[in-house]
Design a protein around this ligand. Sequence first.
Ligand code: ACO
Ligand code: ZN
Length: 281
Amino acid sequence: LREHEEFTKVKNIATIELGRYEIETWYFSPFPPEYNDTLKLFFCEFCLNFMKRKEQLQRHMRKCDLKHPPGDEIYRSGTLSMFEVDGKKNKVYGQNLCYLAKLFLDHKTLYYDVDLFLFYVLCECDERGCHMVGYFSKEKHSEESYNLACILTLPPYQRKGYGKFLIAFSYELSKKEGKVGTPERPLSDLGLLSYRGYWTRVLLDILKKHKSNISIKELSDMTAIKADDILTTLQGLDLIQYRKGQHAICADPKVLDRHLKAAGRGGLDVDVSKLIWTPYK
Ligand code: ACO
Ligand code: ZN
């Protein structure tokens, strides 16, 4: 956030209407000043343009011809689709998405420079169109090997496994790029919980199959999870011993089973055979 906004970070918009949902907001978002005297904003669920009055939205819906995010559909499995939106080709959409997302993201900077990002927008599709469930953004080129900048599941869709799906998706893209990745820091509490849950499940599943005969480097190559994140996850599970100046994984099958039971639901799986995508160049 720019400095003057940091000092006036009072929550401005209280609720939004988006598709068939009315959603209470969580945080301040720096909408243009003309929206600051508005308690409720009305979003077009497809192009994400926002308006102050319901009648404006109704008029807009009669002429807006989008029925899905303005980008390429790169994944479809059942009713679930993922669209890739290039912030440079769809600047207004990218900005609208950032305004919307900031309402639910604390301590994250808002990107005015949406040119530099790709947005992966997850939708549930039906005969009326593709309804946004959540998204993540990704820098086109990251020096720090970030594979995800911001992640959001819209509140009506939270706690159903979509967050872990988005995280899994970000790692599938990294695998296709032949790179390891890590989410941009800082993580929110909910972000950390979701990542920890994802990392734990993925690593435990592999360890169970390989019975500890595997190194952190090999785990990283298989999962595209950055070695640091693997180490902290396994340390948190008490599966790391430090011997002769080296970290070693020691995974007693009983301990693995106990952790796996505690790890909760696996979430929705990404079916890689349904991902049609080539890395950004
Ligand atoms: N209370 C306790 N645990 C939770 C909660 C909650 N409210 N929400 C998620 N979790 C944990 C659980 O362990 C859950 O797994 P489980 O249901 O199997 O127990 C796990 O996180 C993931 O749950 P999902 O249903 O897959 O995730 P969800 O769709 O709810 O999305 C997300 C998670 C994206 C973090 C969501 O909470 C959100 O959008 N929050 C607001 C924005 C935010 O904080 N984003 C992350 C910022 S950090 C960054 O962007 C790099
Ligand atoms: Zn529209």
